[in-house]
Write a protein that binds this ligand. Structure first.
Ligand SMILES: C[S@@+](CC[C@H](N)C(=O)[O-])C[C@H]1O[C@@H](n2cnc3c(N)ncnc32)[C@H](O)[C@@H]1O
Length: 380
């Protein structure tokens, strides 16, 4: 192997013919490659096909698969990616050719998640209704008019709102940025009306969002903060949530704008925010047993939380947040017996976690299927 010439795979080898010749040479171990990982998508897919073939014939080469990859000079995770591309050729047809491998893999995963999500939704739609626990309620409502009485919520209102700019939910209209800002204002007015004295509100939002119509970024965090303060809430803190699964993968190949020049670079911040505001006084001055141990409380008081994102397929919903995020907020900000309400409850994460933690669990959503998903999850 030490006699084998080394070759760097580069963009220049993008044509199928050149790629075929090269990959055949690689796989016959006539050359050893330095895989730069910046290959043309189609070339990578082709390389993936050839790797799959090579793996099927591996006994003839002798030695294990990893040893083989080592010999031809292709990293294991890259080889996995190339083979994933090859196995999902159909999905690649609709994608722009200049997409990076990582973005293409993200697309393939997203297609799979979508299929899993629809299957879960179909299951839930057919499941038998077994009723909710006494301390839980889930209903259908628009968040501008929740149907709750003035000051009805004593504890925590926690939610992740729809961004409505790009991500659509069945029966909920997508809208432009100005209309979205109007909606946020009216949701905040309703939040203020239903929040009891000393109720806390935790809002999970991406820090910014891409406005498809105007093709520019929008400061989502700022919009929500401005609207929350305008109706009367007081600011407490902002927690950074780092999604360990890297769910915020931007916009494919154009995600970073002009990568090779200063013309129009776009910095992506892969974290989300949890904005914490409150009504009345912050200090609850209650002498009640709480259920969080001191060590966990101390760890969470450092406001950068590393929590893996939730899988759409598992929850049957396009944008669930992770249970762990809600768990920490509920344990930090409420006492057992308090009410936890999510006016955009989606797959029911917040009411479900609240119920598990011995809080009164309320959730509503404008989307009938979300109401069903939440009810089934709570009843389970
Ligand atoms: C980001 S998702 C929330 C997901 C939820 N946190 C979970 O873990 O599943 C936002 C939800 O808001 C709902 N929604 C959209 N517009 C609404 C409105 N005007 N009023 C109430 N719910 C709405 C959508 O149906 C969607 O389920």
């Amino acid at each position: 192997m030490s006699q084998t010439p080394t070759l760097a795979l580069r963009d220049g080898l993008a044509t199928n013919q050149a790629m075929d010749a090269l990959t055949t040479a690689i796989l016959d171990q006539k050359v050893r490659v330095v895989d730069t990982g910046i290959l043309h998508l189609e070339s990578c897919r082709r390389l993936g096909e050839l790797l799959l073939e090579a793996r099927a014939q591996l006994p003839h080469h002798g030695g294990g698969w990893f040893a083989y990859l080592d010999e031809v000079g292709i990293q294991q995770d890259r080889a996995q990616n190339y083979m994933t591309l090859a196995r999902n050729s159909e999905d690649l047809r609709s994608l722009p050719e200049d997409l990076t491998v990582t973005a293409a893999i993200a697309h393939i995963r997203s297609q799979r998640q979508q299929a899993g999500m629809l299957a879960r939704q179909a299951d839930v739609a057919q499941a038998e209704w077994t009723g909710l626990p006494d301390t839980a309620e889930i209903w259908q409502a628009d968040a501008t008019d929740t149907g709750l009485a003035d000051g009805a919520v004593h504890g925590l209102i926690v939610f992740s709102p729809p961004y409505s700019v790009g991500l659509t939910y069945e029966s909920i209209e997508d809208c432009n940025w100005q209309l979205y800002a109007e909606r946020v204002r009216s949701w905040c007015r309703e939040l203020w009306r239903i929040a009891g004295d000393q109720t806390r509100v935790a809002v999970n939002v991406a820090n910014d969002v891409w406005d498809q119509q105007e093709d520019c970024p929008r400061d989502l965090e700022h919009l929500w903060k401005a609207c929350l303060y305008a109706v009367g809430f007081s600011y407490r803190c902002t927690i950074d949530w780092i999604d360990g699964n890297g769910q915020r993968n931007g916009r494919g190949s154009h995600a970073f704008g002009s990568v090779d020049s200063a013309n129009a670079p776009h910095v992506l911040n892969p974290t989300e925010r949890v904005i914490v505001v409150y009504k009345g006084a912050w200090n609850l001055r209650r002498h009640q047993e709480h259920d969080l141990d001191r060590e966990a409380r101390l760890a969470w008081l450092l406001g950068v939380w590393n929590i893996p994102g939730e899988h759409r397929a598992q929850r049957g919903h396009p944008a669930p947040f992770p249970e762990e995020l809600v768990r920490r907020l509920v344990l930090l900000y409420t006492y057992p017996g308090d009410t936890v309400y999510d006016p955009f409850c989606g797959s029911g994460t917040a009411p479900c976690v609240a119920h598990q933690l011995g809080r009164r669990a309320w959730g509503s959503d404008a989307w009938p299927l979300a109401v069903q998903l939440s009810q089934q999850r709570l009843a389970a």
